[in-house]
Design a protein around this ligand. Structure first.
Ligand code: NI
Ligand code: MN
Length: 226
């Protein structure tokens, strides 16, 4: 499985022969101004919640790629009314797609569309298949619900966790989250895009290495194959 980061929470994960695009929102991120929306390829788009910094480029990308949306019922219904195809889920449910199995799991956050429409309750995704298993947490606080993931899903190979603080957990809480989900390899996201979420990279990496864990901070547009 190959992970490419486009800033904030936008990732393309190549998994099970498909391209899974998470939370496409380059145009909402001043740091990503040199990245090209045309580079966002997708067979599926997984949406954690309805905030602008997670959905800003979604319609443009679907218009070009015809990707299938995967999200909660409210978000899939919102885009369904605009003519976009999607697979609705809700918390605790899983479904096996042609690339692997997806479970929609809890996140402690909020989820309102930029136009004021209710975006349901925010979530994260655990995705697994023959290549392995990963957790995309979405925007969330540290929560005890994360302890359910190792009880209900295969062993995680990597967890994509927000670490920027203020709107989500910071890196200190994310180290505890990594314990709760029983994962020692973390890819950080949701940091540095705006002044409220700027972090000290060295301190963040040290916080994980003190626990014998690895925090991977990708550069914009950078990939890692695991
Ligand atoms: Ni958010
Ligand atoms: Mn966000």
């Amino acid at each position: 499985m190959k992970f490419t980061w486009f800033g904030q929470s936008t990732f393309i994960v190549e998994f099970g022969g498909k391209k899974l695009l998470f939370d496409p929102a380059l145009s909402a991120n001043p740091l990503a101004k040199d990245l090209n929306i045309e580079d966002l390829e997708a067979d599926y788009i997984l949406i954690s919640h309805a905030h602008g910094d997670h959905v800003a480029d979604l319609e443009k990308v679907v218009d070009r790629t015809k990707a299938t949306l995967i999200s909660n019922y409210e978000i899939v219904s919102y885009y369904g009314a605009k003519g976009y195809n999607g697979h609705p889920m809700n918390h605790g449910g899983k479904w096996t797609f042609d690339f692997g199995t997806v479970k929609y799991v809890n996140a402690v956050h909020s989820s309102l569309f930029p136009d004021g429409t209710n975006g349901g309750n925010p979530g994260g995704f655990v995705v697994w298949g023959e290549e392995g298993c990963f957790y995309f947490a979405g925007d969330t606080a540290l929560t005890y619900d994360m302890k359910l993931i190792p009880l209900t899903c295969p062993k995680l190979d990597v967890a994509l966790l927000p670490i920027g603080d203020n709107f989500t957990m910071g890196f200190e809480d994310a180290t505890i989250a990594s314990d709760f989900v029983e994962c020692d390899k973390i890819i950080g996201c949701h940091f540095d895009s705006f002044p409220y979420i700027e972090i000290d990279h060295t301190k963040a990496k040290d916080a994980f290495s003190k626990k014998g864990k690895e925090l991977i901070l990708l550069g914009l547009g950078e990939s890692i194959t695991l």
